[in-house]
Design a protein around this ligand. Structure first.
Ligand code: COI
Length: 359
């Protein structure tokens, strides 16, 4: 089943000795007892190995610690209702991983290396995939610069890894209040906003802390140049239902090309919705909320799935409240997406990839 992946006896032992977490699961806290590793050096990828989960040791000059040359992906393994395990559109994560690698001056990973790693961890850890709807095995492939040298140039050595966590909801609230971010910028044209790299998230954290202090759950990022157009929520993409049409910001190089976003566009069309991808002015949206023409808004992502937005606000105390904080559009889209991912609905696009289990 795996040609490239080598599973060490210690990894098998670690799996045998591990018990799946019981009770309510939080996101990304408990990890499965193994991880997958491959090192890149001298222009070549070394062996792909599954080893016991544990700390990695790095020299203090390791480039990633100073210059942040790092990328990652977020994926899920599903196993509800006695079905699965399934992965959802893993080739999209693979493509985006290599897109991010190119943008960050890193080597691409070969398809078999990426796929055997994510399928390997899903397969060997199938018993630890939660079985309740909405829960899953959150899979985190990542790669970082391991060259030991303080010079600023693309590293010649990389580590590719995959870890995984039996996880519950990323956002535990049923709906969120969103701060319209007018001061800070997440990304700008020509930057790295459309690459899945740690720095984009690090740069959003201060704004998130300030938003939380002001009573908001999330930050809505506007375009870096004019602070006028809606972009995304850092970790999630944005949708609004306005005048009976589903709007989402048209992609540009400062918005992450979400796989959930892309899937929702297709599923919403299948549900008979008109989907509009275009630049969305924040003032236009707020006016539509005031007029009652915007009835719902929601954010979406692999980890978050679909989370309704109840309210937008700013630091001046202005508020724009939506009439539906669990509206029918967000609800039907979430049900359809989850039904497909969990193998309950017909998969007419071939998005759901079964993974063979190994015992
Ligand atoms: C994901 O949805 O997988 C992400 O990478 C977002 C992250 C903030 C958890």
């Amino acid at each position: 089943m795996f040609n490239r992946l080598k599973v060490t006896p210690e990894a098998i032992e670690a799996i045998k000795n591990f018990s799946a977490p019981q009770g309510e699961l939080v996101f990304g806290k408990v990890m499965v007892p193994v991880m997958i590793v491959s090192d890149f050096d001298n222009g070549e990828w070394g062996p792909l190995e599954m080893i016991p989960y544990g700390p990695i040791s790095l020299d203090p000059t390791t480039k990633v610690l100073h210059y942040g040359q790092e990328i990652f992906e977020g994926m899920k393994g599903y196993r509800t209702g006695g079905k699965g395990p399934f992965l959802f559109r893993p080739e999209q994560n693979f493509n985006r991983f290599n897109f991010s690698a190119r943008r960050m001056g890193m080597p691409e990973v070969p398809e078999d290396l990426f796929m055997e790693a994510v399928k390997g961890i899903t397969s060997y850890c199938a018993d630890f995939i939660p079985k309740r709807s909405g829960e899953s095995l959150y899979i985190r492939p990542f790669m970082f610069a391991t060259e030991e040298h303080l010079g600023i140039k693309p590293a010649g050595k990389m580590k590719f890894m995959v870890i995984a966590s039996p996880s519950g909801a990323y956002i535990s609230a049923d709906y969120v209040k969103v701060k319209i971010e007018k001061q800070y910028t997440r990304a700008c044209p020509g930057g790295t906003g459309n690459a899945k790299t740690g720095g984009n998230y690090a740069g959003s954290l201060l704004a998130a802390v300030e938003a939380n202090k002001a009573g908001f759950h999330q930050t809505l990022w506007l375009d870096g140049l004019h602070k006028k157009y809606i972009e995304e929520l850092s970790g999630m993409n944005f949708f609004a239902f306005v005048d009976n049409k589903l709007y989402t910001p048209k992609l540009n190089d400062s918005i992450l090309d979400g796989i959930t976003r892309n899937s929702i566009i297709q599923l919403a069309k299948d549900l008979g919705k008109t989907v509009v991808e275009e630049v969305m002015e924040i003032d236009w949206l707020l006016q539509k909320i005031n007029d009652g023409a915007c009835t719902e808004a929601f954010m979406c992502g692999t980890a978050a799935i679909v989370v309704p937005i109840a309210e937008f606000g700013d630091l001046s105390g202005n508020k724009w409240v939506l009439p539906n904080n669990n509206g029918p559009v967000a609800f039907s889209i979430k049900e359809t997406l989850l039904g497909l991912q969990e193998g309950r609905l017909e998969d007419k696009y071939g998005w759901v990839v079964p993974v063979e289990t190994v015992h």
